[in-house]
Design a protein around this ligand. Structure first.
Ligand SMILES: Nc1ncnc2c1ncn2[C@@H]1O[C@H](COP(=O)(O)OP(=O)(O)OP(=O)(O)O)[C@@H](O)[C@H]1O
Length: 657
């Protein structure tokens, strides 16, 4: 029992309560005022002129907006009543005698007298907690560096207004706290990690300078968590110029979107917009053509990697495909300048001179370039109208729109690689190649005013995806993923290519895994070639490998494990299959409440989940069961097996044929 800290906590909670009570009263009186105004406008409808009505409406909308704001503040105060802060730093500024205490919490709090009793975890002063051990420390605020000595660091676990745990720590974040945090059971929603952000993670979260930040990290190293905390930090830091509407997250599927959707609201910010890559791509298409499902293509590539379809889909990610696409675009330009241009009966522009107009260092879209060139020719040759010139040049391309030109390009590809796009249905694997083509052919107007793009699971996108995204969203980006978790391809030159593509980038690498127990990380490491990967020293059960002889035997053993899970302290279990076929078989045989995750699943309702790695990636479960692994698979490198194993926090069970 630390009397001083108990007293401070009481004082803070008292002030929070006072503020919450007074705000509660204000909200109630706002509500009364709103109702009163509404009643008045209804009762006196016939007598009010249009200006009075307008005035009433304006006042009501103002009250409404104020109430929304105040209700948000009240929610934060209610949280603070129970758990106002989690850390304290005692800091002695250089050349000062006094040691000032700073308490750090999820939200900041100043009482009515303006005394800052709690600092938001994103405030500059909180860097002292995340970045420094006891001793010398500094932080930057408004461009000024404040230096001094950190003489005290405490970490708290406060629940229901009571101190449950209090430790003095010399380090940045105390290990005991981290381990306690990591040993908790998971839920189907991602949690905030503000209490235990690690030094190297903090540097990324607080990085405001890098335009394109790329985070390559081993499974469970906190990439997604960090990317989201970084957004919360930027929203706080740049609140005058950045709002939640300015940020867009590209997420791999619906279930992942729902898994991460509560982080920003928990941190007191509005939720961020999320879109999958196909929906985003489709929003840039003016044509009324449909686009097939990316998830169906991914399933084909994962489950039948050698089928002709898979080869054709994967071909679109290859450098050969990109070279052919670029060459085709060049050929179209060549066609435009291949012959002399008859301007009038007397005037002919030689093809050599025409060619000079078409030098294109700024890589303008071909159609735009033709229009510009036509205007220049008309000006130089004193023609009345540039349109007939443009029409003649466009005719030489042979296609009136990007889609027909792109479909023609597909027909020039080697047999078996042409794919199955047509004028009514574009294959998902053709969507971004097509958008790239369109960008270079007639251009795409960027509609969205997105200032920051977050791309998670970067390894599952091709360079063409990134080329298009960079062209459409030239602003800031946070891109994270793990090349060893690539679902569909060998990603060796991926990071180099990505770095070359994005200007002003910084690549950060994380090797420490926080999600899984030591035993699980050590086991999973054998499936990838990454000796750098390390685990937090949090021990758990050994990985269980259970041989099964046939399907009925498998069912018995699987059911038994599920019963054990239900009796354990764990709350979430993921059964991750190698194929959809296995999922289908298990659905009919496992007669118990479980949630099947597929393309359309947006919420997990049950504790047990049945799915494939395509949908489980990015997620996590206390217990993971892999029901259909061949013994031979355990002896070789395998991205998908690595990804599957690392979904587990505490327990990994593998049933082998
Ligand atoms: N500093 C931390 N303190 C507490 N928990 C952490 C910390 N860093 C990461 N974690 C936890 O580790 C788990 C993995 O985090 P996250 O999903 O962000 O990792 P990831 O690198 O995106 O994983 P993957 O690539 O395997 O999907 C989460 O449960 C997260 O809360």
């Amino acid at each position: 029992m630390n009397v001083k800290e108990e007293q401070y906590l009481k004082r803070v909670i008292k002030r929070v309560n006072e503020k919450a009570d007074s705000l509660g009263e204000t909200i109630d009186s706002n509500e009364d005022q709103y109702k009163e105004l509404k009643r008045h406008t209804v009762d006196y409808k016939a007598e009010l002129d249009k200006y009075e009505v307008y005035n009433y409406q304006q006042t009501m909308s103002f009250i409404d907006r104020r109430s929304t704001l105040e209700t948000g503040i009240l929610q934060k105060l209610n949280y603070q009543k129970s758990s106002p802060y989690f850390a304290k730093v005692g800091f002695q500024y250089q050349q000062e005698q006094e040691v000032e205490p700073f308490y750090i919490g999820r939200y900041g709090f100043a009482d009515d007298r303006g005394e800052q009793l709690i600092y938001d975890w994103r405030a500059p002063i909180a860097s002292l907690y995340y970045e420094f051990n006891l001793g010398q420390g500094s932080y930057e605020s408004f461009g000024k560096i404040f230096q001094g000595n950190i003489l005290e660091k405490k970490q708290f676990e406060i629940q229901d207004g009571e101190i449950q745990l209090l430790v003095d720590t010399e380090d940045t974040v105390n290990d005991e706290f981290l381990l306690q945090e990591l040993s908790q059971s998971s839920s189907h929603e991602m949690k905030t990690i503000i209490q235990t952000i690690q030094k190297e993670q903090n540097e990324v979260i607080r990085n405001t300078k890098t335009k394109n930040l790329i985070i390559q990290g081993v499974a469970g190293s906190g990439k997604t968590a960090i990317a989201l905390h970084r957004m919360a930090f930027l929203l706080y830091q740049k609140r005058a110029s950045l709002t939640a509407e300015d940020i867009l997250i590209i997420s791999p599927n619906l279930i992942f979107s729902s898994y991460i959707s509560n982080i920003l609201p928990e941190l007191g910010e509005n939720d961020l917009q999320q879109l999958d890559i196909t929906t985003l791509g489709k929003s840039f298409m003016e044509e009324t053509v449909s686009v097939s499902s990316r998830q169906t293509e991914l399933t084909e590539i994962i489950e039948r990697p050698n089928s002709q379809r898979s080869k054709s889909y994967r071909y679109r990610d290859s450098s050969e495909f990109f070279e052919k696409l670029t060459a085709y675009l060049q050929q179209l330009t060549q066609q435009v300048v291949a012959e002399d241009l008859v301007l009038t009966q007397e005037k002919i522009l030689s093809k050599e001179n025409l060619g000079r107009f078409f030098e294109n260092p700024r890589q303008q879209p071909l159609v735009v370039l033709i229009e510009q060139v036509s205007r220049r020719i008309a000006e130089e040759e004193r023609l009345e109208d540039s349109k007939p010139v443009a029409a003649k040049l466009k005719k030489r391309i042979g296609f009136s729109n990007s889609l027909s030109a792109y479909l023609n390009f597909l027909s020039t590809l080697p047999q078996g690689c042409q794919g199955d796009s047509d004028k009514n249905l574009l294959a998902s694997s053709d969507l971004y190649p097509y958008l790239y083509f369109k960008l270079r052919f007639e251009g795409i107007k960027s509609k969205q005013q997105i200032k920051h793009l977050v791309i998670d699971e970067m390894q599952d996108y091709s360079m063409l995806h990134f080329r298009v995204l960079q062209a459409l969203f030239p602003g800031e980006k946070t891109i994270c993923g793990d090349i060893n978790q690539a679902l569909t391809k060998d990603q060796q030159p991926f990071l180099e290519e990505l770095s070359d593509l994005l200007p002003a980038n910084q690549l950060v690498t994380f090797d420490k895994s926080y999600r899984s127990s030591y035993e699980i990380v050590e086991f999973a490491k054998q499936f990838v070639n990454n000796p750098e990967m390390t685990a937090v020293k949090r021990h758990g059960n050994p990985v269980e490998i259970i041989p099964v002889v046939d399907f009925p035997d498998k069912l018995i053993k699987l059911k038994q494990k599920l019963v054990e899970f239900q009796q354990s302290r764990f709350t979430t279990c993921g059964i991750i299959c190698q194929s959809l076929q296995e999922v289908k078989q298990l659905i009919t045989e496992l007669s118990m409440p479980l949630t099947i995750i597929n393309e359309n699943t947006s919420k997990v309702e049950e504790n047990i989940v049945l799915t494939t790695i395509q949908y489980a990636k990015g997620l996590e479960f206390d217990t993971v069961i892999l029901p259909d692994i061949e013994l031979g698979q355990l002896k070789q490198t395998d991205n998908r097996l690595y990804t599957s194993c690392t979904r587990a926090l505490h327990q990994l069970i593998i049933l082998t044929n």
